[in-house]
Design a protein around this ligand. Structure first.
Ligand SMILES: Cc1cc2nc3c(=O)[nH]c(=O)nc-3n(C[C@H](O)[C@H](O)[C@H](O)COP(=O)(O)O)c2cc1C
Length: 207
């Protein structure tokens, strides 16, 4: 069965515009694919373990091609369990605001936990990195309050949001990426119309 993992990176619940846009996409997508399995991961309510020195050591053991100690194995099993929830999906629906030109820290924390050697990517001394995920796609619902591609310079923020997510997904092997943008959400003379247009774009993309 096809599985969609919906990552929510805004803590604003029902007020979140990125979530509303992704919800509109999902409603349409679900209507057309009634058999789809949906897993929702709300990054601000999910407990994520610290990626501390011991976990970094376990990661380095993998990179060096060595065997984990018993203590490292326990830590790595926890990381693998969290990453496997991501790996098991076929489609990623990602709703995220821009925070300080990038993504909210809880989302970055999640990426630092799951983006691991032997799980999302591999390392070849001659050819460098390669993604381990295949035949997957991602849909990004992106918001920012003041940043917008057509806003006058200097913009409030630089788009490290979509560029960072794109390069992360590419590095994991996910190259089929669609974007729905509502940018800017605040610094616009007609936020309601712009929001409506983003919802319509989300529905059209799902169709
Ligand atoms: C901590 C924080 C940092 C933000 N940084 C930026 C930024 O760098 N550029 C920008 O245009 N908007 C920024 N914003 C505004 C949000 O991106 C904007 O309000 C967005 O629409 C929120 O999306 P949401 O409704 O899905 O939460 C920031 C908001 C917060 C709370």
């Amino acid at each position: 069965m096809t599985k969609l993992l919906y990552l929510k990176a805004s803590p604003r619940g029902a007020d979140s515009k990125s979530t509303a846009i992704a919800d509109a996409y999902l409603a349409k997508f679900k209507a057309q694919n009634p058999g789809i399995e949906i897993d929702v991961l709300d990054l601000f309510s999910e407990h994520l373990p610290e990626f501390d020195g011991d976990k970094v050591a376990a990661k380095m053991t993998v990179i060096m091609g060595q065997n984990h100690s018993d203590a490292e194995k326990t830590l790595w099993d926890e990381i693998t369990g969290i990453a496997n929830r991501f790996i098991s999906a076929d489609i990623y629906l990602i709703a995220t605001p821009m925070w300080n030109s990038g993504i909210p820290y809880k989302f970055k924390h999640y990426i630092d936990v799951i983006h691991q050697p032997g799980l999302l990517w591999g390392l070849d001394p001659e050819n460098g990195y390669f993604g381990l995920l295949q035949n997957k796609k991602a849909v990004l619902a992106l918001t920012s309050g003041a940043y917008g591609a057509d806003m006058p310079s200097p913009a409030f923020g630089i788009d490290h949001q979509s560029t960072y997510l794109g390069s992360w997904l590419n590095q994991a092997g996910i190259n089929d990426i669609e974007e729905i943008r509502f940018q800017p959400t605040l610094l616009t003379s007609d936020p309601d119309s712009d929001f409506k247009a983003a919802i319509e774009a989300a529905e059209a993309l799902a169709a």
